[in-house]
Design a protein around this ligand. Structure first.
Ligand code: ZN
Length: 605
């Protein structure tokens, strides 16, 4: 039996002859029945819905109801002359017109000329206009005139896939029925019913693939089913259906999806290459991935009716399933969907697909953060929200750090090299009470640049004119540096970084001028005589011209630390203590474990 003859047989056999045979349109059928039984029959009906949903079938069925020899009925006999003529498409009073092929106004006028004459065989002259939205504006107007004052023996049945294109003046004169698109499960169940009755073997995956491809259209589904029966030698199974539809190997797509979710880049690319060798177009593979993502998301959100078809039970997905999250999947779907546009623009679609897959693989399953933090806290033996930081680390008072309360910020670096690129899933920063560690995980762009600390004032030219100031008290080298910072910022930096202090006395006032012994620590300080002059200028500007400055050069290379070096050491010690405290924190340790992260930097906030 050939494909076409098989199709004709099944399609004819399963064309609905009664309202109850229509599947998935119960609400429309009920309303129509009601109208027919009550005798409230409008001049014009309008059926809307996608192609292949049953608009034409319903139109013919309605024509039978209106013209049946047994009288106007919701249950036409199917045996009288009128009913049989309609089934054969030969009824002299029933006109089926494809509006798409007769859009011209002359054709419409010719058709409507016949409206005036009474029917020859049955009760009504019935005009079935398919794709009525295709009519030209003048044709619509001609039709409208007839609709305004139709003879009682005339009924119109309009059908359209695009109801928005129909003039409101036409719409207002029709009783409208919207036919629903069939969902995949409903369609698959219907196909299973047909095959059960026909006693044809099938598998669920094959039917699911057909109903998916039919996209809600019963006619397409039945047509595909007929072809699948012929293709599979009297049996409907996934292998033959996928061959027929040019589908990808679903198992392999699921495996690719799993690799993508787990960030197994090499396996993922190898699978993609396998599809390419198999002749699968990149866009087809991408569509299948989108489809799997959608199904997984749906299943995760609301579950599935049929456990046998659950993706969570799928061998390739079992392992990664517990780690999947709705937010991650939404993000993944968005990335893949946007990537489809890129694919169409790309000179090498296969290359674009690889780039897209690599990009998508960086989206890693991240459980909802609030939930994660709470579970971490419980594991660390702390009630959520009750945590207090230990006072082990004392505040470090450094110039440039104005905060009186110091809490550490932790930056994590992922261990996996695959994660070093910027993350599309970025956990929001968790802010809690002060002195709590602030967790940024995973950090978008490690490594983190160390903070500018201590703060360096902007470089300025030394002022040439020194305005008079009251005598200062500079009882220490540090205070002298602070005093210099205002008027001689460059000198202050030099004192801090390039000079080591050997001794310092006096400086309590004009009668106790300071006496200092300073060693050149770096060549950057300049000639000793120049340094001496600079420091003396400083003392003069501070109204302490009697101060004494001795400059030494190190003979054996040893010298005390400069102020900058002392600060650096103190800062390092503080940083180490801070890092130790954070690293020892059980909560932080748990975060490191869960995110496969390591601490690269701790800084106070
Ligand atoms: Zn009949």
């Amino acid at each position: 039996m050939g494909v076409m003859s098989s199709y004709v047989v099944l399609a004819r056999k399963w064309r609905p002859r009664r309202f109850e045979d229509l599947i998935g349109q119960e609400h429309t059928v009920q309303a129509l029945r009601h109208a027919l039984e009550q005798g409230r029959i409008p001049h014009a009906f309008l059926f809307t819905g996608i192609r292949g949903i049953g608009k034409t079938t319903l139109s013919r069925l309605l024509a039978m109801c209106l013209n049946c020899g047994t009288g106007v009925t919701a249950n036409p006999c199917g045996a009288c002359d009128s009913c049989r003529a309609i089934v054969r498409g030969e009824h002299p009073d029933v006109f089926e017109v494809d509006a798409a092929s007769r859009t011209k106004v002359e054709q419409m006028r010719e058709l409507l000329d016949g409206v005036a004459y009474t029917p020859s065989l049955s009760r009504y002259k019935i005009y079935i206009l398919d794709e009525v939205h295709m009519l030209s504006a003048s044709s619509f107007n001609a039709l409208l005139k007839t609709l305004e004052e139709p003879p009682t023996h005339v009924k119109f049945i309009f059908a359209t896939t695009e109801v928005r294109k129909i003039l409101p003046t036409i719409l207002s004169r029709c009783q409208r029925y919207d036919l629903r698109r069939l969902d995949r499960d409903g369609l698959a169940r219907y196909l299973a019913h047909v095959l059960d009755v026909e006693q044809i073997a099938y598998d669920q995956e094959g039917l699911a693939a057909i109903s998916h491809a039919a996209d809600g259209s019963v006619r397409d589904a039945l047509s595909l089913l007929d072809q699948a029966i012929a293709h599979g030698g009297g049996r409907v199974d996934y292998t033959h259906v996928s061959g027929l539809l040019g589908l990808t190997d679903r198992q392999a797509v699921v495996a690719l999806f799993a690799d993508l979710c787990r960030g197994r880049l090499l396996e993922m690319l190898e699978r993609a290459a396998y599809f390419h060798r198999d002749g699968v177009e990149p866009v087809v593979l991408l569509n299948d991935l989108l489809d799997i993502t959608h199904q997984v998301t749906r299943e995760l959100a609301v579950g599935v009716g049929d456990a046998a078809q659950a993706l969570s039970e799928h061998e390739g997905l079992k392992e990664v399933w517990p780690k999947l999250g709705l937010e991650h999947l939404q993000m993944l779907y968005q990335v893949l969907l946007r990537g489809r546009e890129d694919l169409q623009m790309a000179r090498l679609p296969r290359q674009a697909l690889e780039m897209l897959l690599l990009r998508a693989a960086h989206l890693r399953p991240v459980p909802p953060l609030k939930q994660l933090v709470e579970s971490l806290q419980r594991q660390a033996g702390v009630e959520p929200g009750e945590r207090q930081a230990s006072p082990a680390v004392k505040k470090f008072d450094a110039p440039g750090v104005g905060q009186s309360e110091v809490a550490p910020t932790v930056h994590f670096a992922p261990k996996s090299a695959a994660l070093e690129a910027p993350q599309a899933v970025q956990a929001p920063q968790v802010k809690r009470a002060k002195k709590q560690p602030t967790v940024l995980a995973p950090e978008p762009q490690p490594p983190v640049v160390p903070p500018d600390w201590p703060a360096v004032p902007p470089l300025q030219e030394e002022p040439t004119v020194v305005s008079p100031t009251p005598p200062a008290t500079v009882e220490s080298w540090e205070k002298l540096i602070e005093a210099a910072r205002i008027k001689f910022p460059l000198l202050a930096q030099k004192m801090e970084s390039h000079l080591s202090l050997l001794s310092y006395t006096g400086g309590s006032g004009p009668h106790d001028p300071p006496c200092m012994e300073v060693m050149i620590a770096h060549a950057f300080a300049g000639e000793p005589s120049k340094v001496h002059k600079n420091l003396m200028d400083l003392l003069v500007s501070l109204k302490l011209p009697n101060g004494v400055v001795h400059i030494r050069k190190s003979s054996d290379g040893t010298r005390p630390d400069t102020e900058a070096e002392k600060q650096k050491k103190a800062q390092d010690a503080y940083q180490n203590a801070l890092t130790r405290e954070v690293a020892d924190d059980p909560l932080i340790q748990e975060i490191e474990r869960r995110f496969e992260a390591k601490i690269i930097h701790v800084e106070p906030v």
